[in-house]
Ligand binder design. Structure first.
Ligand code: ADP
Ligand code: MG
Length: 506
């Protein structure tokens, strides 16, 4: 007799069906797990045995074999504990096997029989719902599973004993309710920033079209300050985007208390971050910062201090909107469509280009520091903005800066125009100019003859790559959208070019 329990394995953010088959047969006492388990899964044996014992169920002295099918799919993580334990409870007759046959089960077990939270509950619940199954998961993950569908049957149990009581009908546990993270915590506001008109404009343009932005300026000019205020002018996530973002957070185990939030992600990894931390991977495949920044912002402060190979590993996700991690036995991809915001000093001492300052090491100081950024990397940055030091007069002057709410309203209007345009054109999944493909952007930002002259001359003078050309069109389109203009006229191309050309002499 074989008892079967449904669970999942994760490939990227996809939950793949896994069938846990439990056989208890006469023979020498023995407990074995087969089907490509990793170390955490193999250790499951000890946790399951102890948890069952603590819950008043001891395993019979028989030959126990657990098969995780399909056998060629690698199984990682600790969420197989609960399906294995439940299969055993069915096999020894503690609960009827048909009481859990229509559920997808996941959870980790503590030695005392408690069911511990696991990552990936949200994608698992969505997959279960698509198959018409219910969900058995840890109590702490219930609010997360509840997001999959209002009608999804969920049993979110604290412990094996409580799960047992629910399944045999002694004591039913209530269905969890979807929880939401309060968005009432105030974000830092643009009204705090004095002066820096040009940089504020660049930030607004970047927010409106989802463009990549690099701010260069001396220490204390307000670069980090400006970047931290970007979330306050970005529109909230749409329900669809929120689910995508939350799936990644769920897989990464970063969904606090199973509460979803419609705030755009803002990730600011330190410059000592490794390649695995940034793009994902490592011993256990896990989404990196670029994926956690999906549909939001990746902020890299002190850009040249990041290791060059780490920065170059960003090139692929910046272009493709996803990361691909190749492993010995699998290829995993995670979505990573993020907006890159970076800040840097112009040179090691930080003051190059400031009037009245000469670096001790002369021009080499700035050249050397900036050469840490490769050409192909810089080519992917749409807007480069100089952020000069604020003068004492600006600091002491009256505070009249626009608050974030005013800027956010303009950004939201421009985003609305983009969403509407790409929806009308049938461009599925494209919501910003930055995300539009080459052919699409050539169609919606076609330069007139006047603008064409300008672009040709700029390209001859400064050398624009094909990529750079398309990125100029995208920024120009955003400028027109912000201005409420249907056509992209010459002034918009000129402004877009000005943002890029300063990159050439970086
Ligand atoms: N434009 C500005 N308006 C108001 N305060 C500023 C401005 N620039 C800098 N500051 C002050 O200086 C501090 C440091 O700024 P920061 O953004 O960290 O500089 P940077 O990143 O350019 O080195 C800020 O926390 C703020 O108190
Ligand atoms: Mg800073």
């Amino acid at each position: 007799m074989v008892t079967r329990v449904q669970t999942v394995a994760f490939q990227g953010i996809e939950a793949v069906e896994v069938d846990v088959q439990v056989q208890v047969a006469p023979g020498m006492p023995h407990f074995n797990i087969v089907g490509l388990p990793d170390k955490a899964v193999a250790e499951s044996r000890e946790r399951v045995r102890a948890a069952l014992l603590a819950s008043g169920l001891s395993l019979p002295p028989k030959r126990i074999t657990i098969n995780l099918a399909p056998a060629d799919l690698p199984k990682e993580g600790s969420h197989y504990d609960l399906p294995i334990a439940l299969g055993l409870m069915g096999a020894i007759g503690a609960v009827p096997a048909d009481s859990f046959s229509r559920y997808v089960v996941l959870g980790e077990l503590a030695l005392d029989g408690r069911i511990m939270p696991v990552s990936g509950t949200l994608p698992a619940a969505i997959a279960a719902n698509a198959r018409g199954f219910g969900m058995i998961c840890p109590a702490a993950c219930g609010p997360e599973a509840a997001w999959a569908d209002p009608d999804l049957d969920i049993i979110a149990a604290q412990s094996l004993v409580m799960l047992n009581n629910h399944l045999v009908g002694h004591q039913l546990s209530a269905r969890p309710v979807p929880a939401r993270q309060g968005s009432n915590v105030a974000l830092p506001d643009l009204a705090d920033v004095r002066g820096q008109e040009a940089a504020r404009r660049a930030l607004e343009v970047a927010a409106a079209g989802g463009h990549n932005l690099l701010m260069v300026g001396p220490p204390g000019a307000g670069k980090s300050m400006l970047a931290q205020r970007l979330p306050s002018i970005l529109p909230p996530l749409s329900p669809r985007e929120m689910l995508d973002v939350s799936m990644i957070q769920s897989i990464a185990g970063e969904l606090n208390g199973g509460r979803l939030s419609d705030r755009r992600p803002f990730r600011a990894p330190h410059h000592s971050a490794s390649m695995a931390a940034l793009v994902g991977g490592g011993l256990r495949v896990r989404p990196g910062e670029v994926s956690l920044a999906h549909n939001g912002v990746l902020f890299l402060d002190e850009l040249p201090e990041f290791a060059p190979q780490v920065l170059d590993s960003l090139r692929q996700p910046l272009e493709a909107g996803e990361t691909v991690i190749a492993r010995a036995n699998a290829r995993v991809s995670y979505p990573a469509r993020f907006q890159l915001i970076a800040a840097m000093n112009p040179c090691k001492c930080g003051m190059a280009g400031t009037p009245g300052h000469t670096c001790r090491r002369g021009d080499a100081c700035a050249a050397e520091y900036q050469s840490r950024l490769s050409g192909p990397f810089l080519d992917r940055i749409d807007i480069r903005m100089d952020v000069p030091a604020v003068s004492a007069r600006d600091m002491m002057g009256e505070q009249t800066a626009e608050p974030s709410s005013t800027v956010a309203a303009r950004v939201a209007a421009a985003r609305e125009v983009q969403i509407e345009r790409y929806r009308e054109m049938g461009a599925n999944g494209i919501f910003t100019n930055a995300a539009a493909g080459a052919r699409l952007i050539e169609e919606v930002a076609a330069p007139d003859s006047e603008s064409r002259d300008l672009l040709v001359r700029a390209s001859e003078r400064f050398g624009l790559s094909a990529r750079a050309y398309h990125r100029v069109l995208k920024v120009a389109r955003t400028l027109a959208d912000l201005a409420g203009s249907k056509k992209v006229g010459r002034p918009f191309f000129a402004e877009a070019l000005s943002y890029r050309l300063s990159l050439a002499n970086a």
